[in-house]
Design a binder for this molecule. Structure first.
Ligand code: 5GP
Length: 185
């Protein structure tokens, strides 16, 4: 095992089985609706998005948005800054937001509000990971959810710490000494 891994939380096999399952559910739900516009939230969701769309068997197009949360003492404030907006309008489209992880829920709440103003035909969310313990937005609906996880900072399968570890096909917790930004060590 890599020296920086404290614990593998979700293995590659379990992730892949869940992604298949989510794709099947989404395919069934959208069978009669028409084309899905899947919106991947960069950068954390890029691997999940790539695997998920390959398991969705209804007509689908993709678009991407890159956002960053304004931070206040390292906590997200929920105010989302759009770094890269969608390339195409979503008016009258069945939009499916594809997110890596929901924590306080502030980012997703704000994102949903922004996209709702653009008059999609429907707006749903698929998130791979759900950390419920620190949830601030109590009534946030995650239509398709992969795993509920404890309140630990996780990396891998697209998720990073200081831009590292996105390339590992499983989700894991780093050893404490690796939570150092490059240059701080
Ligand atoms: P929220 O606004 O729900 O508190 O934060 C959501 C965002 O915080 C996620 O999209 C992700 O970028 C980041 N985040 C929250 N928890 C984790 C975590 O455990 N690992 C990583 N890599 N990012 C996280």
């Amino acid at each position: 095992m890599e020296p920086f891994i404290e614990q593998v939380l979700i293995s590659e096999e379990i992730i892949q089985a869940k992604v298949k399952d989510l794709g099947k559910k989404i395919s069934e739900d959208y069978l009669d609706k028409g084309e899905i516009r899947a919106i991947g939230i960069l950068r954390g969701a890029f691997i999940f998005m790539a695997d998920l769309v390959r398991n969705i068997k209804v007509p689908l197009s993709v678009d991407f948005m890159s956002i960053s949360s304004y931070e206040d003492d390292c906590e997200t404030t929920g105010v989302v800054r759009i770094l890269k907006d969608l390339d195409k309008p979503i008016t009258n489209r069945h939009v499916l937001i594809v997110e890596d992880i929901v924590d306080t829920g502030l980012t997703l709440k704000h994102l949903k509000e922004v996209l709702a103003t653009r008059n999609p035909a429907s707006l749903k969310v698929c998130a791979l990971l759900n950390k419920k313990e620190k949830r601030v937005v109590k009534d946030l609906v995650i239509d398709y959810c992969g795993f509920d996880i404890p309140d630990r900072f996780v990396v891998g399968y697209g998720l990073d710490f200081a831009e590292r570890y996105r390339n590992y096909p499983f989700i894991f917790i780093l050893k404490p000494e690796y939570y150092q930004k490059p240059g701080q060590v």
